[in-house]
Design a protein around this ligand. Structure first.
Ligand code: GLN
Length: 477
C-alpha cells in the first residue's frame, strides 16, 4: 500500500504534500528505497548505501516537517555520484586509485542539499573519473539499464541515471563534462540537466576537465530538476570560476506558455550513425512543436564533424594535468611493490588507473607536448572559440536549439568498449553545449520499438535556465 503510494509520486511537490499531511513518513521512504536497492543490487547502480545514517536523519527531518521548519528538499532522498565529496564518506570516482579515500570535506553542492534537508542515501557508480559514455570503465563494473539489463546505462553518470529510472532513490546528483548527465538520462528515460558552465560550484567534485565540469540533477520531472538547481546553484568562494549572478527561483518560473523560436541543427539529422528511429522521433517532435504554434527552423552548424575531436583534445589535456595529483603519495592507492619515489609514482599510477584513464592521460600529455601543442591543443582552443561563437550566434536568433541527445539508443554491454573512437562518437550531440558552456537538458521523448528510451536535448541561452526549464516542462509533463 505504502509502496504503491511512494511509487506514484513523480513530482516532489506531491510527495512533500503527503509528508506534510502525515500520509507518509520520511522513514517509510528510506525503508522503501533501501529495500529496492537491495532487490535490484544486480543493476550495480549503488556502490554504497548509507542506511543507518539515512534512518537517523529521517527522524530528524521528520521532526522538522512536523513542526513546520523543514527546508525545500525535506524528504527528498538523493543519491550522489561517486565523484562528489560527502565529508567522512568514501569517494572513489569509481577508480581503484581512490579506493579507501574518505572525503575530508563536503562539496558545496552536498552542503547545499543537506542545508535544505535532503537525505543522501548512498554513492552511485560511474565511469572511472567520469571518463566514458557507458559506465563500463568503472573499476566496480558496468551499471545495467533497467529497461533492458543487457544494455548499458550510459555514462559517465550511469549509476545516477539508473537509480532514478529504477526508483532506487528519488533524485540524484551527477556531473557533466561532455554529456555525462544528459546521455545516461536519455538512455534511461529520465530528465538530466547540465547547467551553464559556472552556474554551480565545482568545489569538492573530482576534477576531470575543469573548464567543462558542471554538477546537475537527474530526476523524474523537469519541476524537480528546477528545484534542485535552485538549491545547488550560486556563487561560492571556494570556486573562483563560479558565477555571482543571482539565482532565480527556477521552480516558480515554470509557467511560460508563450510561443518560441526554435532551431534544429540540420547536420544532426544527416549525421552518419544516427539511428533511424531516433531520427523519426526528433522529426515528429519538430512537427509537434510546429503544430503547437512554435516557429521551428533548420539551421546549419558546419562544425558538427569537429566537435568530438575538439572536445577530446581539450578534455584529455585538462585531465592529464588534473590527474597528476594521484601519485601514490597524496591519495588512495600505493603500489605494494614501490621501492623509491619514482617507482611509487610509476607503479601506483600504472596499477591504480584503468585503461581508459591511462589512455586519456597519454593523449592529454601528447597534445600538450612541446612539438605538438600548436598542432593540437592550441588549434582545439581556436576551434572551441568558433564553436562557441557559432552556437551563441544561433541563440541570438532563436530561443532554443533542439537535437537528439544521442545518436543511438542504449547499446549492448561490451559492444563499444573495445573501440574508444566509436565510444567517443556517442557524445557527438552533447559536447557542443559543453564546449560552448551552454545549459542543456535531456528529456524523455518516448521509446523505440524495442522499448528502449529515447532522449531529446534542448540547449538554451547562457544563464537562462529558467526559460530552458519552462520550455522543457511544456514538452515533458
Ligand atoms: N563521454 C564523455 C567523456 O567520456 C563525457 C563524460 C562526462 O561528461 N563526464 O568524456
Amino acid at each position: 500500500m505504502i509502496t504503491e503510494k511512494i511509487q506514484s509520486y513523480t513530482k516532489f511537490s506531491d510527495l512533500q504534500s503527503a509528508l506534510k499531511t502525515g500520509q507518509l513518513k520520511v522513514v517509510d521512504l528510506i525503508e522503501y528505497y533501501c529495500e529496492r536497492i537491495e532487490k535490484f543490487a544486480h543493476l550495480n547502480a549503488f556502490l554504497e548505501v548509507f542506511k543507518v545514517e539515512a534512518l537517523l536523519r529521517a527522524e530528524e527531518i521528520q521532526k522538522k516537517i512536523d513542526i513546520g521548519t523543514a527546508g525545500k528538499l525535506a524528504g527528498m532522498i538523493i543519491g550522489l555520484k561517486d565523484n562528489i565529496s560527502f565529508k567522512g564518506h568514501e569517494m572513489t570516482a569509481s577508480s581503484k586509485i581512490l579506493k579507501g579515500y574518505h572525503a575530508v570535506y563536503s562539496a558545496t553542492v552536498t552542503k547545499r542539499i543537506l542545508q535544505e534537508d535532503a537525505i543522501i542515501i548512498g554513492r552511485l557508480n560511474c565511469d572511472e573519473f567520469a571518463m566514458g559514455a557507458s559506465n563500463e570503465t568503472s573499476f566496480f563494473g558496468p551499471v545495467k539499464n533497467f529497461a533492458d539489463e543487457t544494455k548499458v546505462s550510459g555514462g559517465s553518470s550511469g549509476g545516477s541515471a539508473v537509480a532514478v529510472q529504477a526508483d532506487l532513490c528519488f533524485a540524484s546528483l551527477a556531473s557533466d563534462t561532455g554529456g555525462s548527465i544528459r546521455q545516461p538520462a536519455a538512455f534511461c528515460g529520465v530528465v538530466g540537466l547540465k547547467p551553464t558552465y559556472s552556474r554551480v560550484s565545482r568545489y569538492g567534485v573530482v576534477a576531470y576537465a575543469s573548464s567543462f565540469d558542471q554538477v546537475g540533477p537527474i530526476t523524474k520531472s523537469v519541476e524537480d530538476a528546477a528545484l534542485i538547481l535552485e538549491v545547488i546553484a550560486g556563487n561560492d568562494v571556494h570556486d573562483s570560476a563560479s558565477s555571482n549572478l543571482k539565482v532565480p527561483e527556477y521552480s516558480k518560473l515554470l509557467d511560460d506558455k508563450s510561443k518560441k523560436k526554435i532551431a534544429y541543427i540540420e547536420e544532426t539529422l544527416h549525421s552518419d550513425g544516427l539511428d533511424p528511429e531516433i531520427k523519426d522521433n526528433i522529426l515528429s517532435q519538430i512537427q509537434k512543436l510546429k503544430d503547437e504554434g512554435h516557429t521551428v527552423e533548420p539551421v546549419s552548424f558546419e562544425f558538427l564533424d569537429y566537435v568530438v575531436a575538439t572536445y577530446y583534445i581539450l578534455t584529455t589535456a585538462e585531465a592529464s594535468s588534473n590527474l597528476a595529483r594521484y601519485d601514490g603519495v597524496h591519495y588512495g592507492y600505493r603500489s605494494p611493490d614501490a621501492t623509491d619515489l619514482m617507482s611509487t609514482y610509476k607503479k601506483s599510477r600504472s596499477e591504480g588507473f584503468g585503461e581508459e584513464v591511462k589512455r586519456r592521460i597519454m593523449l592529454g600529455t601528447f597534445v600538450l607536448s612541446a612539438g605538438y601543442y600548436d598542432a593540437y591543443y592550441s588549434k582545439a582552443q581556436k576551434a572551441r572559440r568558433l564553436i562557441k561563437e557559432k552556437m551563441d550566434h544561433i541563440l541570438e536568433n532563436y530561443d532554443f536549439i533542439i537535437t537528439p541527445t544521442t545518436p543511438t539508443p542504449a547499446f549492448n554491454i561490451g559492444e563499444e568498449i573495445t573501440d574508444p573512437v566509436v565510444m567517443y562518437l556517442a557524445d557527438i550531440f552533447t559536447v557542443g553545449a559543453s564546449l560552448a558552456g551552454l545549459p542543456a537538458i535531456s528529456i524523455p521523448s518516448g521509446k523505440n520499438k524495442a522499448g528502449l528510451p529515447i532522449g531529446m536535448q534542448v540547449i538554451g541561452k547562457r544563464f537562462k535556465e529558467e526559460n530552458l526549464l519552462a520550455f522543457a516542462k511544456n514538452l515533458y509533463r
